[in-house]
Write a protein that binds this ligand. Structure first.
Ligand code: ATR
Length: 276
């Protein structure tokens, strides 16, 4: 009997996760033989489930809401980007039996922006809306692209200030309240608040988006999110949601696990066609 390498995504809720489909498509495309399932796991069961998964021969896990911080604590060693993100979305069994934690969300965003949408990040001014876990995960990979500056704007200013202070020495990151954004403009505005999910927008002043600037919502949905619509109304060159980032972060995890990089464009095209 052939033992198939097993992977899974853990989270709660998990029923609507696209990850099993994406990884199955990657496996078919690359000829890799693996099984990838979705498991509904509440936070209090995470450690037991992950431990028994690996003890029973599992090779890797993706972790999503609300488990990324727990996965960070669980990983025995971490990449720098995961260390700074304080969140892990990918756990990988290593040759020596230890569990590596990585965070592929930020690099997934950067790849989607640069490779799929031709949005250059070097030398631009970036505004990130929100100062929660989603923002923390993308800051270092964005800084590594050498933007002029990153501004974090948040409803609760103290959280933005705290987050900015964690990246001192890594690049120019500053913190603002939404009311302080008047008169400023940015080449790229990224919505990392959880407000899209409740169809709400933070209060954004007029002229916040520079001419030829673009917008990116980390959230995605079958119809345009409220922030994607805001981008269109404010004449964004491109106003995108996070479907491409989802596929790119998955491709990065697949590469860590299998050592083979899948082609993402056909998968993104397929998922986009399905939701249109
Ligand atoms: P995640 O892990 O998705 O980032 P989180 O850590 O709970 O979730 O952070 C949610 C972020 O969305 C926070 O920055 C939050 O602002 P506060 O820190 O002020 O709470 C932001 N957020 C949520 N709903 C919002 C709304 N309606 N308007 C503006 N910001 C909102």
């Amino acid at each position: 009997m052939i033992d198939i390498d097993r992977y899974a995504v853990l989270g709660q809720p998990i029923a609507h996760s696209k990850s099993p489909r994406i990884h199955q498509l990657f496996a078919e495309q690359t000829g890799e033989c693996l099984q990838y399932s979705a498991l509904e796991v509440p936070a209090e069961q995470f450690t037991d489930v992950a431990t028994s998964f690996f003890a029973n021969g599992g090779k890797g896990l993706n972790c999503t809401v609300p488990l990324k911080e727990l996965a960070w604590a669980y990983a025995e060693c971490k990449t720098e980007r995961a260390q700074l993100a304080k969140a892990v979305n990918t756990l990988a069994l290593q040759q020596d039996g230890s569990i590596l934690g990585d965070n592929t969300d930020g690099i997934g965003l950067v790849t989607d922006l640069k490779q799929n949408h031709d949005i250059a990040l070097a030398g631009i001014r970036i505004l990130i809306l929100g100062a929660g876990g989603a923002s923390r995960g993308i800051i270092l990979p964005l800084l590594e692209e050498a933007p002029v500056s990153i501004v974090i704007a948040n409803r609760t200013l103290a959280k933005a200030q705290q987050l900015a202070s964690e990246f001192v020495g890594k690049g120019k990151v500053s913190a603002f309240g939404f009311e302080d954004l008047n008169g400023q403009s940015f080449d790229l505005i990224i919505n990392a608040t959880s407000s899209s999910l409740s169809d709400q927008l933070p209060p954004l002043p007029e002229n916040l988006l520079a001419k030829q600037g673009s917008c990116y919502d980390l959230a995605y949905s079958n119809k345009a999110t409220v922030f994607v619509r805001w981008g269109i109304e404010n004449k964004a060159l491109k106003s995108l949601d996070g479907l491409g980032m989802l596929v790119e972060q998955a491709a990065e995890a697949f590469t860590i696990w299998r050592g083979v990089r899948p082609q993402t464009t056909p998968i993104i095209d397929l998922l986009n066609a399905e939701r249109n």
